[in-house]
Design a protein around this ligand. Structure first.
Ligand SMILES: Nc1nc2c(ncn2[C@@H]2O[C@H](COP(=O)(O)OP(=O)(O)OP(=O)(O)O)[C@@H](O)[C@H]2O)c(=O)[nH]1
Ligand SMILES: [Mg+2]
Length: 213
């Protein structure tokens, strides 16, 4: 098969995966409540309000699957979604980190939940690390990147809300330069807008690759 045909076939397989059944499985406030199995998992991580739940909905091509909100701190548990019937992939919508306004003990609980999950889930194939294209990476993102490097969990940086910036490619280039210094980071940075649909086909391709890896 030519490279072009192979790419078209991969895009089509990725599109079909997310066109089929997708359902909410459960919300887990603690790691011991997660299902024990070896279904490949793909997690969406990032700061509060970066657009994780919105991007999960865009990936799934349906609104309202994951709950979104203008107020940071909307997602408070690990929310699990099964893709395919029988399921081929589990998507995990995570609580955001770095939300300074929330009560300290809540922040500590979420941070521990996110950190323990990211570093210790055996079937976690890949993490999509979301970064707001208006703000770029922040110190707390770098802490999470270092944690993923140490745990050798493969991750890819995904810029969100590109509809809000003039030159998303410039932001992507700067963030990609930073990613290259991280051993577990994918060298390519994806630029997306859940609002406008930009980059969603490429994101589906990356998600589909998590099953095959
Ligand atoms: N303009 C624009 N706004 C977006 C986009 N994606 C998300 N938003 C908005 O950003 C806000 C936060 O979105 P969420 O998807 O709830 O963010 P989250 O990362 O899940 O937030 P937490 O669960 O609180 O950590 C909402 O008001 C969304 O409508 C986008 O692509 N473009
Ligand atoms: Mg959310």
């Amino acid at each position: 098969m030519s490279a072009d045909l192979a790419e078209t076939a991969a895009l089509d397989a990725a599109r079909r995966l997310f066109a089929g059944p997708i359902r909410f499985e459960l919300g887990a406030p603690r790691l011991d409540l997660l299902p024990v199995d070896d279904l490949p998992e793909l997690a969406l991580a990032g700061r509060s309000n970066v657009g994780k739940s919105s991007l999960l909905n865009a990936l799934a091509g349906r609104s309202g699957l994951a709950r979104t909100s203008n107020t940071p701190g909307r997602t408070q548990e690990l929310n699990l979604f099964l893709v395919g019937e029988p399921p081929l992939l589990r998507l995990v919508d995570m609580p955001g980190y770095g939300y300074a306004e929330a009560p300290r003990d809540i922040v500590r609980r979420w941070t521990r939940l996110v950190g323990d999950y990211l570093a210790g889930r055996p079937n976690l194939r890949r993490v999509l690390l979301l970064v707001d294209s208006r703000h770029g990476t922040k110190p707390v993102d770098r802490e999470v990147m270092a944690l993923l490097d140490r745990a050798a969990v493969s991750y890819q940086i995904v810029l969100t809300k590109t509809d809000k910036v003039k030159d998303p490619a410039a932001v992507a280039a700067a963030v990609a330069a930073e990613a290259r210094a991280h051993p577990a980071a994918h060298p390519e940075v994806l630029a997306t807008s859940a609002a406008k649909g930009q980059g969603i086909a490429a994101l589906r391709l990356a998600a589909h690759a998590a099953i095959l890896s």
